[in-house]
Design a protein around this ligand. Structure first.
Ligand SMILES: C[S@@+](CC[C@H](N)C(=O)[O-])C[C@H]1O[C@@H](n2cnc3c(N)ncnc32)[C@H](O)[C@@H]1O
Length: 204
């Protein structure tokens, strides 16, 4: 069975409607990408609670692009990089960005690391791929979260029943970065992670 996180291109296309940037939009999705039939409820809750993006903005695991597209719509001045291992997901995100007339750069994780280089990430947003397994998930987060700029912040949505609370503890203990829950709704936790060298401190 194919999983949404394989690198295979997405299957048959369809259009859906979802509120992004505060307005209902028509978007293209496909079978084989995560939540291809609707905006994922966790993603919607993340969009509702995360502050506006700014500066170098990275969406880790972009799927068909909802978080990247919403970020680019909310702040066209942000430099938005949409990262996914799935080629079909990257294609859909690029197609949706063109439809909405926003600028989003799609990239594989390796390409995205090159694009970011030694710059600090100002804003990171993710509905991370929990189902890849704990060790892969930890490796993804250990790749991206330490790259936050000193005043940068990451916003993650994780279902409570998929281990949000233990992930929060792991981020603090293993990455040494402040991680606080800023919202809890319908079984989803919204976590805010800041830099280990942050002078501002997380929202409490
Ligand atoms: C839970 S889905 C979220 C998709 C989209 N952001 C949304 O909210 O609908 C997680 C995404 O992470 C991608 N993914 C899996 N492993 C990854 C990795 N190592 N780096 C980047 N993305 C990855 C999957 O292909 C999938 O599209």
């Amino acid at each position: 069975m194919d999983h949404y996180f394989t690198s295979k291109p997405a299957g048959e296309r369809s259009t859906i409607h979802a509120t992004l940037g505060g307005v209902v939009r028509e978007l293209v999705t496909a079978r084989g990408v995560f939540s291809g039939e609707r905006l994922d409820p966790g993603t919607r809750i993340l969009i509702e609670h995360a502050p506006d993006p700014h500066g170098l903005t990275v969406d880790v695991g972009c799927g068909w692009g909802p978080l990247s597209l919403d970020a680019a719509l909310r702040n066209p001045a942000a430099e938005v990089i949409a990262v996914d291992v799935n080629e079909g997901a990257r294609e859909l995100t690029a197609e949706n960005a063109a439809r909405l007339g926003v600028t989003v750069t799609t990239a594989t994780p390796e390409e995205a690391l090159q694009l970011v280089g030694t710059r600090g990430i100002d804003y990171l947003i993710s509905n991370p791929p929990i189902r890849v397994g704990k060790s892969e998930l930890h490796s993804i987060l250990a790749t991206w979260l330490p790259r936050l700029a000193p005043e940068g912040a990451a916003y993650l949505v994780v279902a409570k029943n998929l281990g949000a609370d233990s992930l929060q503890r792991w981020i603090e203990a293993e990455l040494g970065q402040p991680c606080v829950r800023i919202a809890s709704q319908k079984g989803y936790r919204i976590l805010q992670v800041t830099s280990a060298t942050s002078t501002a401190g997380p929202e409490r």
